[in-house]
Design a protein around this ligand. Structure first.
Ligand code: SAM
Length: 298
């Protein structure tokens, strides 16, 4: 069933968009001292060697994070990109060789003393083993980090609403980042979001999806907008397309565009992304069709 391995794609333009948004949301939520429940429903292996055989197979990071790092040498990046690079550089103290997946990013930003909890789900037998090993090395107590080999859509249900912190506040951030290997993932994402909003409408929910020529991929953000609007929640929809380089045939470079749909985004995120757009496009854009678009609820 599982042929998708994120190690082949780590650090590509889609990871840049996803993790840049993730870090910006986390930073904002962490301005308040009350504890956060962090959930990654499709966690992957946790971290990836950029020079490993899998990463070098199609060298996707060369068109993602590596281009970004090269551009940052030439012109100072805008604040949200600088912060993303800053978080990544903690994993690369001497040279760029490692790309942290979302679990490592979440773990590196969570606050042990504030009582934040991290809950990770991964179904792939090898990647879940790698994930356990990676997270065990962080030495945070099991009460704060749990890796579960279970369907992340199902696992999320039991975690919402999150437990109340001191003063009774309940806070959670959920990243939903399936591989969409199964066509049914699109419908499962919207069902899961519908259920999550019923259980806990105040959560910050981040959904990544590939922008590909498949009706489900175009229906998903429309469906998520409807769900968020019906629940009376604010949303942000960002899409990044690196475009097509001169001489490229459509589809020749694999995935060229993806989207992030965020329910209850930090109010500063749209502005941060818009401010970063010209720089990001200069860094990542390849030609025809390149664009970073940000749309928000009214
Ligand atoms: N979130 C990771 C990151 O940003 O570093 C990448 C995750 S990757 C795109 C998607 C992962 O979901 C794959 O490792 C796949 O094995 C796993 N997966 C697929 N279906 C799943 C399910 N129903 N529940 C949990 N994990 C699943």
């Amino acid at each position: 069933m599982f042929s998708y391995r994120h190690a082949f794609h780590a650090g590509n333009h889609a990871d840049v968009l996803k993790h840049l948004c993730l870090i910006a949301c986390l930073d904002h939520l962490m301005l308040k001292p009350t504890p956060l429940t962090l959930v990654d429903t499709h966690a992957g292996a946790g971290g990836y060697p950029l020079d490993g055989a899998q990463a070098r197979t199609s060298a996707e990071s060369d068109h993602g994070v590596m281009r970004l790092l090269a551009a940052a040498q030439d012109s100072p990046p805008p604040a949200a990109v600088a912060r993303y690079i800053d978080v990544l550089s903690q994993f690369n103290p001497t040279r760029w060789h490692h790309y942290p997946g979302s679990p490592r990013i979440l773990q590196s930003l969570m606050r042990a003393d504030a009582g934040d909890r991290l809950r990770l789900f991964e179904l792939h037998p090898t990647d879940s083993r790698l994930l356990r090993k990676t997270m065990a090395a962080t030495e945070l107590p099991a009460s704060q980090i749990a890796v579960t080999v279970k369907d992340g859509f199902e696992g999320l249900k039991a975690l919402l609403p999150p437990p109340a912190g001191p003063g009774g506040s309940k806070r959670a951030l959920v990243l939903m980042d399936p591989s969409y290997e199964l066509k049914t993932d699109y419908a499962r994402v919207s069902q899961s979001m519908q259920d999550a909003l019923k259980r806990f409408a105040n959560g910050c929910y981040l959904v990544w999806y590939p922008l590909i020529a498949r009706p489900e991929a175009h229906q998903l953000p429309r469906r998520l907008k409807t769900l968020a609007n019906q629940a009376g929640r604010a949303w942000l929809h960002a899409t990044l397309s690196i475009g097509q380089a001169p001489g490229d045939e459509p589809g020749m470079r694999g995935l060229t565009a993806s989207g992030m749909f965020i329910i209850n985004p930090p109010h500063v995120l749209a502005e941060q992304l818009r401010e970063a757009t010209p720089w990001l496009m200069q860094a990542l854009g390849q030609g025809k069709g390149q664009a970073l678009q940000v749309e928000t609820s009214a």
